[in-house]
Design a protein around this ligand. Sequence first.
Ligand code: LIP
Length: 277
Amino acid sequence: ELNNLDEYYRIAEELTLYAGKIIEDGINTRKNIKSKGIDWDLVTEYDRKIEDKLIKQLSIQFPSHKFIGEETAAKEGCLPQLTNDPTWIIDPIDGTTNFVHRFPHTCISLALLVNKKVEIGIIYNPLMRQFFSARRHCGAFLNGKPIKTSDMKDISQSLVAMEPWLAKDPQYLASVYSRMHALVQGTHGIRSLGTAALTLCYVAMGAVEAYHIEGIDAWDVAAGKLIIEEAGGVVIDTDGGELDLMTPRVIAACNQQIAQQLVDLIKKADCEILNKN
Ligand code: LIP
């Protein structure tokens, strides 16, 4: 399978650019918006259209390949198991809420895994014409030009992206706010983009030093993880260990030093909450 990666990449790039046109066509139109249970977790007919098209075209080209797609998983109500088979992990529109509100940070995220390792990662924001790509051991690129993470080694001088993910849920509210408070105190500032995939690319290109989010899924992270690693950065679990791609709790950083400082900052914030209760 690894011998065919050139061909897989070529088709993936072509299909992603095509899917980008669907986002461009849809951004200013009236959409059919549905909530997937929580008021901000939205889906539109465009999410489904893009995912259906990508899966259809990829399965015509590569009939033995498997798929894990956000909207298919939502429809079937379960997360397929990741196997060693070539598997495309698809987020047809990452940042659907942004897409609905015409906030122009929204993208397609497409990754190919073989033997559970990400081999190809593509993230494309057609509205800002940002095409991020990576293949394992071949570097990371923005619109064909190589990108690198920031060389900052001190979190107090860093810009860190974070989203208050499930803060609407009282169970998470205190912990999320405590972590945000720690970041406000301990960094140059927080940025919040509303799309995990693109934010991972912003770490990869050195626009922010780090990113922290939990409560997301494999399709939000798979492509971006490879893009960051190929740009010189790391993506690990919130506790400092290895990331579990199927239930990601994300610390993404420009290097291991910043990742560790962020892990420590979050641990301290969590301890403060525990001590208060
Ligand atoms: C979204 C993420 C966003 C996160 C939301 C959601 P979607 O993905 O990229 O960063 O905060 O929880 O998962 O649903 O727009 O593909």
